[in-house]
Every structure is written in structure tokens, then in C-alpha cells.
Design a protein. Structure first.
Length: 233
């Protein structure tokens, strides 16, 4: 009998939305629903995710807990206080997940358009290879520059934009993030911490629609994609 994959999702949501012109992007309503709720509903709908833990700012904990109850996010077992950095928030979330979960899926709270296929494919790959993340080939030519002076044009065929959820074997990601924290390393994603341990990360097939809301313009794009999806159903 095939062993069932047990995976918990950690959702770091303690950011300051500093590039959102004063808008708290997680509570901003898109097509009548807060962004954080759209994200959590996407995770909840996956049969491979058993539990969701949200790491939030202390001031947002009660509001996120209320939204989870209001929208029936039953897999959200904890909304905990995050840290000053993404690394700290993810570690806080992992500590509150059930030990029975051998895999941890880390997903951006402001990435609401993730599909079920991405979630399940990435979790399945991580169950085989210990670390996996969705990615899409970059569309633009990328230049390496110092100041305003280009020093190198990077080969586009080897460049990928990494998305979430990034999924890892539980002990691996906990050890990787703990080491990064102890060494006070600045990492931009969770894969980076695993790579610093010398471990390989396998890429799953991402989607260009799986965007992260970073600026106010992104909200308009997310709303457009949601309406387009609704029109097709």
C-alpha cells in the first residue's frame, strides 16, 4: 500500500506591504474577497495539504483568525506571531505544525492565484527529492550591472523565476533555516537556505499567472485573471 503524503503549509504573512502605497495587501478585497482568504482557500482545496499555519504580525492575528472562521478555512490550525524577517516567520510557523507532517510547503500569503496542479506537483516532487519549487522561464533578457553599467548579459535559457509553494522535507528545511538564522544570513527565498546546505532543489512547472502581489498594479492584474477564470467556468 502506497504511503500517504502528509504535508503542512506554512504561510508567512508578517510583511509590511511597504511597496503598496499604504495598502495592506493581505486584507485588500479582490473580487469581493480578501487576498489572504483567496490564498488560504487555494491551499485548503488541495487534498495533499492537511494543515495550514499562518505567521502574521501580532496586530493582524485576530483579524486573520476571524477570516479563517468566517470563510471556513478549517485546515488553518494556528495563526501565530511571525518575526521581523521572512526567515523568522517561516521558522515560527514550522514550529507550530504537527510533527506527523513529513513535508512543509511554504507559500507566500500574497500569491493568491496558485493552482491545484502546482501545489500537488510540487509536493509530489518534494516527496521524492526532498526539495522542490515551481518555476517559470524568464521572458526578458537579464543584464548583470554595477550601478548603471552593464557588465554581463546572462543566458536566458538557464534563468527561471522561482515561485511558491516551495516544499521541503521537514527536517531539511528546519535545519537549513536554523543555520541561516544562526549565521544571520539574508535569504530571499527558502530554497536559498537549502542550497547553502549543499542540497539540490528540483523545479516543478510553474505558471505565469501564479504572481505575487508586490505593488498596487499587481492587484489589478490579479483581479483581471480571477474574472477571466470565472468567465471560463
Amino acid at each position: 500500500m502506497k504511503k500517504r503524503i502528509r504535508c503542512a503549509a506554512v504561510v508567512p504573512a508578517a510583511g509590511m506591504s511597504s511597496r503598496m502605497q499604504g495598502i495592506n495587501k493581505l486584507f485588500y478585497e479582490v473580487c469581493g474577497m480578501p487576498v489572504i482568504v483567496i490564498t488560504l482557500k487555494a491551499l485548503q482545496s488541495s487534498e495533499l495539504i492537511d494543515e495550514i499555519v499562518v505567521s502574521a504580525r501580532e496586530s493582524d492575528i485576530s483579524d486573520i483568525s476571524r477570516l479563517c472562521a468566517e470563510y471556513g478555512i478549517e485546515k488553518a490550525t494556528h495563526v501565530v506571531e511571525g518575526g521581523k524577517t521572512r526567515l523568522d516567520s517561516v521558522l515560527a510557523g514550522i514550529k507550530h505544525t504537527g510533527r506527523k507532517h513529513g513535508l512543509i510547503a511554504i507559500h507566500d500569503a500574497a500569491r493568491p492565484l496558485v493552482s491545484g496542479r502546482i501545489i500537488e506537483e510540487t509536493i509530489t516532487l518534494a516527496s521524492k527529492w526532498s526539495a522542490a519549487a515551481p518555476a517559470v522561464p524568464v521572458k526578458d533578457t537579464i543584464k548583470l550591472a554595477s550601478g548603471n553599467i552593464v557588465s554581463k548579459t546572462l543566458p536566458r535559457e538557464n534563468l527561471f523565476a522561482i515561485q511558491t509553494p516551495q516544499v521541503f522535507e521537514r527536517n531539511l528545511i528546519y535545519a537549513a533555516l536554523t543555520q541561516a538564522s544562526e549565521k544571520n544570513l539574508s535569504i530571499t527565498d527558502d530554497c536559498s537556505a537549502v542550497e547553502l546546505l549543499g542540497m539540490k532543489v528540483v523545479l516543478s512547472r510553474g505558471e505565469y499567472e501564479n504572481i505575487k502581489i508586490t505593488t498596487a498594479e499587481d492587484i489589478l492584474l490579479v483581479e483581471s485573471i480571477i474574472r477571466s477564470r470565472e468567465a471560463k467556468t
